[in-house]
Design a protein around this ligand. Structure first.
Ligand code: ADP
Length: 522
């Protein structure tokens, strides 16, 4: 409002004018009282505020656009980097399989390791940018918890190969095995936490424990996981900034162990997205315990995908047409391996003893021999020595199969002339991988060296343990890669054998009772 002053000038001052009528006692309008308050200052502030609000909006829009551009750039770059990187990883693997010798093989091995850690880093960066842009969607599919935990174990096996670490997985009986949620993201959380546990532990134990935290409205359940290690631990100061992006406990830790400091930040965000929480306790020099909860649903067992036993295209090429001799005095083992490999186009011969094996090796050229170690008569070690004495079978790959994973057994196997070592119970997928590896004429000689053996040893030591389970059908199915058909056949065969053996037993009541207890469970 502009006011005309008595001197004729016009003010630019802003007034707030309030008018009030006033009346006589008789109620007659007498006049009006006008009060003008100078609110120029207030008005200016209001205008300034509006102006800065507009500017703020503009700046926010610009920042959002920049952020979006950064996210898109990161996503594009990660993709662009991943494509050539996959080629590097793939071709390096092919070169490694050529079985080159000496330095060349060593350099390729280093390229292989480095390219895998680069791929890991890029995946982390991509995940983080996706989560921050709200673009990471969780899946909701039915899955097997055992399968997820087994995958975690497979991922960590190599990292544990050179360390005396006892790796255990315990699942409480109350935990349902068939769940609904995002198995890959759950696996990622577990691999991050258990991967750190293994990375920062030189010796001792790494355990994963799963329990049922609470059962909300059916079918919702809250599962609690604890990943515990006896490693280097952290100080309270290090713990305080643990979930910060790019944060690592100490520079010296980074130099020694590597890493990006992204793992826990991503882990926390994934746990949040799964409606859970995470808490890490640690004592410097003693160990670390990471507890997290995630909300999942109980899954319908009928919908759990049947993983089946399969060979990758490269493995399939190596396997097709090759001929394998299975030497084992246990009919179930011979059957199981025969059934599995037969289905993959491998010709399988079997021998029930070392003596039988020697006869067969004399008349057929095998691509690979699978050799049980403990057999009546000629044992696997002696049979191998005799095979190696023959010039024509000096180089046939022999893979030991043994229930004992002790170091002395591995050494004895290598000394006897075997190339590789697999421990029982046999993991079928791994068996395929090793046979494909050795059956390939350009095989990688490195794999027969002790690190493979100790990787297998670590794997065996970490065999999934289900608390208080005597007969573990889930574990058995897992070892057969959830091939229900083979599982049923082997179970029937096993029961036949049990019956035979039970009738051979003397009238020892307690032994019989045990057999029948197992029998009646099925
Ligand atoms: P990184 O990729 O570096 O391992 P993380 O976010 O997973 O990144 O971990 C951040 C840091 O926290 C690590 O560098 C390490 O210093 C510390 N840390 C994580 N887990 C453990 C553990 N189990 N024991 C000791 N230190 C750990």
């Amino acid at each position: 409002m502009q006011l005309l002053r008595s001197n004729g000038s016009v003010t630019e001052t802003v007034y707030l004018v309030k008018g009030e009528r006033f009346y006589s006692h008789q109620g007659k309008l007498q006049g009006m009282l006008l009060t003008a308050t100078d609110i120029s200052e207030l008005r200016h502030r209001e205008l300034a505020l509006r102006q800065s609000e507009v500017e703020l909006q503009k700046a926010k829009a610009e920042a959002d656009a920049a952020n979006q551009a950064k996210g898109d750039f990161l996503a594009n770059m990660s993709h662009e980097i991943r494509t050539p990187l996959n080629a590097i990883i793939g071709y390096t693997k092919l070169c490694l399989n050529l079985g080159l010798e000496g330095k060349l093989q060593d350099y390729l091995y280093k390229v292989d390791v480095a390219s895998h850690s680069l791929a890991h880093l890029i995946n982390d960066v991509l995940d983080l940018s996706k989560i921050e842009a709200g673009k990471l969607d969780l899946e909701s599919v039915t899955f097997s918890l055992i399968q997820v935990l087994d995958n975690v174990r497979h991922v960590l096996v190599l990292d544990m190969a050179h360390k005396p670490i006892d790796f255990q997985v315990n699942i409480d009986d109350s935990v349902p095995h068939n769940l609904k949620g995002d198995p890959l993201r759950l696996q990622q959380i577990l691999v991050n936490l258990a991967g750190n546990a293994v990375k920062f532990t030189e010796k001792g134990e790494v355990t994963i424990r799963v329990s049922l935290d609470s059962r909300a409205n059916d079918p919702d359940i809250m599962l609690a996981f604890v990943v515990r290690d006896t490693g280097i631990g952290m100080t309270p100061r290090q713990l305080a900034r643990l979930f910060d992006i790019y944060h690592q406990a100490e520079q010296s830790t980074t130099r020694r162990y590597g890493g990006t400091g992204l793992g826990l930040a991503i882990t926390r965000k994934l746990v949040d997205m799964m409606g859970g929480d995470i808490d890490i306790q640690s004592e410097y020099g003693v160990g670390t315990s990471c507890r997290f909860r995630v909300s999942l649903q109980q899954g319908d067992p009928a919908q759990v995908p049947d993983a089946g036993i399969s060979a990758s295209p490269v493995q399939q090429t190596a396997l097709s047409g090759c001929r394998v001799l299975v030497v084992d005095d246990n009919a179930i083992n011979r059957d199981m391996v025969g059934e599995l490999l037969g289905g993959l186009g491998v010709v399988v011969d079997t021998a029930a003893s070392g003596e039988e094996a020697l006869v067969q090796v004399g008349s057929v050229t095998y691509s690979v021999i699978l050799m049980d170690i403990r057999m009546a008569g000629l044992d696997g070690l002696e049979t191998t020595r005799r095979i190696r004495e023959r010039p024509e079978s000096r180089s046939v790959p022999i893979i030991a199969l043994s229930a004992s994973a002790s170091h002395s057994t591995q050494v004895a196997c290598l000394d006897a002339g075997m190339n590789d070592y697999l421990s029982k119970p046999l993991d079928m997928q791994r068996l395929i991988q090793r046979i494909a590896h050795w059956a390939d004429p350009g095989r990688n000689k490195i794999a027969g060296q002790p690190e493979t053996v100790s990787a297998q040893l670590a794997e065996n030591e970490g065999t999934l343990q289900k608390t208080a389970a005597v007969f573990n059908p889930d574990g058995a199915l897992m070892l057969l890669n959830h091939n229900h058909r083979v599982y049923r056949r082997l179970l029937a065969k096993f029961l036949e054998q049990v019956d035979e053996r039970a009738s051979q037993l003397s009238s020892d009541g307690s032994a019989k009772k045990r057999y029948f207890a197992i029998h009646s469970m099925n």
